[in-house]
Design a protein around this ligand. Structure first.
Ligand code: NAI
Ligand code: MG
Length: 332
């Protein structure tokens, strides 16, 4: 029996978590789902966006499914706190073209690995008399080593040829200097994988002009956040973009989109980003067979273009997409 914590959150977060559970329950796996609360609804009911009980529940299971939350001004982000609490230090975002989706390129296939626990999201900001606001940016050798090792390992396991370190060490000499230096030290342990580094501004341009040059990218927290949304825009947008926050003991799996208040309750949220995140979760749990099947079935459903939600130009409901993918899984 594999226990999984589920955090539906707010808006379409709840709808896509339900889709993920429906899909997983259709597979021949012995799973138990334990629900926990977070987000704006939770704040209105119990005065906090992330109750201690939710953290405790997530710490008891290897994997957590996270939908999305509606942010509450002035309150700490539950997902950023959870990533830290569970030491899910590597945020992994696969960026792959889908056949049948109109986008800038149809031959993109790379992975962004973003440091998830420090950098600009260290969450220590101060304000002096409302005149000067200061945010601390923390880079440690230890956290850099962990995420860079993770990226090289991921490259090795997935037969990737190259890891690119993205930074701004020409300006952020100490912090990104340390990240870059750590990157090249670790690259010596992986002689079969090429190592190179780019500035973040140049990377933003290359992502638009020649994204095919990338294989695995490893970068710090804020740069990774921005570049991975940019990259998601290259292959079909938010409804198709999954992510995993991986650590040594725990993983949190979530679509990269938010709670989408504009379409919440209409039952038309695209469940694919969540479903592809479930594939990443099953891989993390050692269930490679179904992880691969989910990916292939989802690609097939997208290619056929029969069951797609309005964000992808279709007129299907969320549940139609889920059912089409389940049917495809059992047919391939
Ligand atoms: P959003 O991702 O919720 O929505 C942006 C646009 O994309 C909207 O037009 C929405 O309808 C569409 N969209 C997003 N996911 C979709 C899906 N699965 N299917 C179809 N259309 C989809 O971003 P927005 O509007 O900036 O933020 C809404 C709320 O979500 C805010 O409170 C924000 O802070 C929060 N948020 C939470 C995140 C999380 O919990 N991880 C991540 C990003 C935003
Ligand atoms: Mg983001």
């Amino acid at each position: 029996m594999i226990k999984i914590t589920t955090i539906p959150g707010d808006g379409i977060g709840q709808e896509v978590v339900e889709s993920g559970i429906t899909l997983l329950e259709s597979l021949d796996l012995n799973l138990e789902f334990i629900e926990a609360k977070a987000g704006k609804d939770c704040f209105e009911k119990c005065g906090t966006t992330l109750p201690e009980e939710t953290i405790k529940k997530a710490k008891k299971t290897k994997a957590t499914m996270f939908g999305a939350i509606t942010s509450v001004p002035e309150k700490k982000s539950p997902i950023i706190t959870l990533r830290k609490e569970l030491n899910a230090y590597a945020n992994v975002r696969p960026i792959k073209s889908f056949e049948g989706i109109k986008s800038l390129y149809n031959d993109i296939d790379f992975i962004i690995v973003r440091e998830n626990t420090e950098g600009m999201y260290f969450q220590n900001e101060t304000c002096e008399k409302n005149d000067i606001a200061i945010a601390e940016r923390v880079i440690t050798k230890k956290a850099s080593e962990k995420v860079i090792n993770f990226a090289f390992n991921k490259a090795k396991i997935n037969n990737r040829k190259k890891v690119t370190c993205v930074h701004k060490a020409n300006v952020l000499k100490k912090t990104d200097g340390l990240f870059k230096e750590t990157f090249y030290k670790i690259s010596n342990n992986y002689p079969k994988i090429d190592a190179e580094d780019f500035y973040v501004d140049a990377t933003a341009m290359y992502l638009v002009m020649k994204p095919q040059i990338f294989d695995v990218i490893v970068t710090t927290n804020l740069f990774g956040d921005i570049l991975s949304d940019e990259a998601a825009g290259l292959v079909g947008g938010l409804g198709l973009a999954p992510s995993g926050n991986l650590g040594d003991k725990h993983g949190i799996f979530e679509p990269i989109h938010g709670s989408a208040p504009d379409i919440a309750g209409k039952k038309i949220a695209n469940p694919i980003a969540m479903i592809l995140s479930m594939s990443m979760m099953l891989e993390f749990l050692g269930e490679k067979y179904y992880s691969d099947k989910i990916n292939i079935a989802t690609e097939n459903v997208i290619k056929k273009r029969k069951s797609l939600t309005p964000d992808l130009g279709g007129n299907a409901k969320t549940i139609d997409v889920v059912n089409a993918i389940i049917k495809e899984i059992h047919e391939i």
